[in-house]
Design a protein around this ligand. Structure first.
Ligand code: PLP
Length: 380
């Protein structure tokens, strides 16, 4: 049996233990500590924004972002439908209601036309505008942020970017996560870099940064005894996890480059299969990190993503369906939805390919050959 090729495994740089040993030596085996400060500084330099708060998860970052934007019970929040549930769940944590918006085919992300339609219709239906907009840079591909921000500004609704998959992606030369008012990153095990589990919130200024740090540490007021004016959270990143993050920052750039190389190699190897498209940057203003390389295939074929997934699984290759849209999830069955069937169509006619930065060119060739063989057998 061939060795297993995974979708996206953690890829350590080699120096992570140095920061962890440092933490043990000084007994900084606690939430917060010097590694957390260092990790935030390194992220801040990379993102050219010093106001970064390291947190226990990307989901926690999205939750605190919504709180910072004043989202409360009864409010509505517009969210891209084509995403992971973690983009939308924090809306529910706040007792607010998600309103889902379809994608467009160029980036697979939030459709600006459906977004504006949703804003106008929600105002008509409820008498007030949605409180926030959550676009997602899915698989690392930047959303059409110029168009989305223009609409958001027109109706004065703040944007919380879900950049969990997009660390290292740029849009018109600017880093994803720094384009909206707030931006959320994830350092889960399968993302571009890992802290074993973790996330960060990119804040608009020092005051917001301080407030998020306050909320993330149980909202303890500056008093000699424990004193609380508001509800707090235990959402800070541990000093150990942050140590892994410091080590990962040394290899972030090279890992992003490797993901892009893998995408270019797939594009070359799969170029001759008619009816199969490897997802590409729509123009040179978009520069995806290609966290995952994805394909879509001719919808006139009687083929399900599950057929391909199983055929590759039989060769010990892990692939995955694209995200099942949120408006197609039982848990969100009652949420309003705007748009057409772009996301649904992609879900039924696409697939995520193994894309981890530790994969070799031979691994990628093995995957490509398996895909070519599958379509040769099933489309004739
Ligand atoms: C991974 C992910 C998240 C959540 O991040 P965690 O760190 O796992 O909580 C949110 N949104 C998207 C699009 C993701 O892929």
């Amino acid at each position: 049996m061939n060795s297993r090729i995974f979708l996206s495994l953690p890829h350590l740089g080699g120096n992570e233990m140095k920061w962890i040993e440092e933490a043990f030596k000084d007994s900084w085996v606690v939430p917060l500590g010097p590694n957390v400060n260092e990790f935030e500084k390194l992220l801040g330099n990379y993102l050219e924004n010093p106001n970064i708060v390291a947190l226990s998860a990307g989901t926690a970052a999205l939750h605190l972002g919504l709180i910072a934007l004043g989202v409360e019970t009864g409010d509505e929040v517009i969210c891209q439908s084509f995403t992971f549930a973690a983009s939308a769940n924090p809306v529910a944590y706040q007792g607010a209601k998600p309103v889902f918006v379809d994608s467009e085919p160029d980036t697979w992300n939030m459709c600006p036309i459906a977004l504006e339609e949703a804003i106008i219709d929600r105002k008509k239906a409820t008498g007030k505008y949605p409180k926030a907009i959550i676009p997602v840079h899915l698989y690392g591909m930047p959303a059409k942020m110029n168009e989305i921000l223009a609409i958001a500004n027109k109706y004065n609704i703040p944007v919380l970017e879900d950049a969990a998959e997009a660390l290292g992606s740029t849009y018109f030369g600017k880093k994803c996560g720094t384009l909206g008012k707030y931006g959320a990153l994830s350092f889960n095990g399968n993302k571009i870099i890992t802290t074993s589990g973790g996330g960060a919130l990119i804040c608009p200024n020092e005051q917001a940064d301080k407030h998020i740090k306050f909320l993330a540490t149980q909202a303890r007021e500056n008093m000699p005894y424990y004193y609380h004016n508001v509800i707090g959270y235990n959402y800070r990143l541990s000093n150990i996890s942050a140590g892994i993050g410091c080590g990962q920052m040394q290899v972030l750039e090279s890992h992003v480059e490797r993901r892009r190389e893998i995408h270019a190699l797939y594009t070359e190897l799969l170029k001759d299969i008619n009816g199969v498209t490897v997802m590409q940057n729509p123009t040179s203003d978009y520069n995806s990190n290609f966290w995952l390389t994805t394909i879509s295939f001719d919808s006139s074929w009687d083929i399900s993503p599950e057929d391909i997934r199983q055929a590759l699984e039989a060769q010990n290759i892990e692939t995955r369906w694209l995200w099942r849209p949120m408006h197609m999830q039982p848990v969100f069955a009652n949420a309003p939805y705007y748009g057409g069937n772009c996301a649904e169509h992609l879900f039924k006619h696409g697939l995520c390919l193994p894309s981890g930065s530790c994969l070799t060119n031979d691994d990628i060739k093995r995957v490509a050959n398996a895909i070519i063989a599958f379509f040769n057998q099933n489309t004739k």
